[in-house]
Design a binder for this molecule. Structure first.
Ligand SMILES: Cc1cc2nc3c(=O)[nH]c(=O)nc-3n(C[C@H](O)[C@H](O)[C@H](O)COP(=O)(O)O)c2cc1C
Length: 189
């Protein structure tokens, strides 16, 4: 079957893309503004190059047209921290997708511990096994309510227990498939 994308509405396009381009990694992003730590998941997320080490995350705008808090904070501070979630953090990750007022922290509301690791970057999720400390490079104008932003990885945290004696990294990140999650090769709601 061949489907002409120009005949589909946005939700159908989303459904097809998110059920075929999978599993997608989830950038669980912490940002900071005026001492408030914001946390939210984003699965329009991909690596772009290793030299320079770049990733891209596409962040939408809110229904009122304002940028989502994550995007607004990155534009203001120029930095963010991308956490990776494993299965024990699934409930926290889902909770953190709730659209809270900008002056309310998802970490505080949902009791997700965050720890400061590097002075100029937002704190990482304390229980995450891996985090990327990134600086903003540029936005790509795609004429959409989504704003893809390119980020450069400045530092990476990997928990010691996830690196073996041969220096190989072992992570079990949650993936996104359609509206579900992929954990240990199983789809869960
Ligand atoms: C697994 C998952 C993936 C998501 N991916 C994206 C995404 O790629 N881009 C986006 O704009 N929103 C995405 N969202 C929705 C945001 O997480 C949600 O709008 C959140 O409230 C944004 O928070 P903020 O305003 O604090 O930045 C996703 C939600 C979930 C649960």
């Amino acid at each position: 079957m061949i489907t002409d994308f120009s005949t589909l509405n946005e939700s159908k396009k989303y459904s097809i893309m998110s059920n075929t381009i999978f599993p997608r990694p989830i950038a669980w992003i912490t940002t900071e503004d005026e001492g408030i730590v914001n946390l939210a998941p984003f699965s329009y997320f991909a690596p772009l190059s290793s030299e320079p080490p770049l990733v891209i995350v596409s962040i939408g705008h809110k229904e009122n047209g304002e940028p989502k808090d994550t995007l607004a904070n990155i534009m203001k501070s120029g930095v963010c921290t991308i956490n990776f979630a494993h299965k024990e953090l699934l409930e926290e990750l889902k909770n953190s997708a709730e659209a809270l007022p900008k002056d309310e922290s998802e970490c505080e509301k949902f009791n997700i511990k965050a720890k400061k690791v590097l002075e100029i970057f937002p704190p990482m999720v304390a229980d995450a096994k891996c985090a990327l400390f990134c600086e903003y490079v540029k936005s790509v104008d795609i004429g959409s309510r989504f704003e893809p932003i390119i980020l450069k990885i400045n530092h990476i945290y990997i928990a010691d227990e996830n690196i073996d004696e041969k220096n190989h990294i072992h992570l079990e990140n949650i993936g996104r498939v359609g509206m579900e999650y992929l954990i240990d090769s199983t789809r869960v709601k």
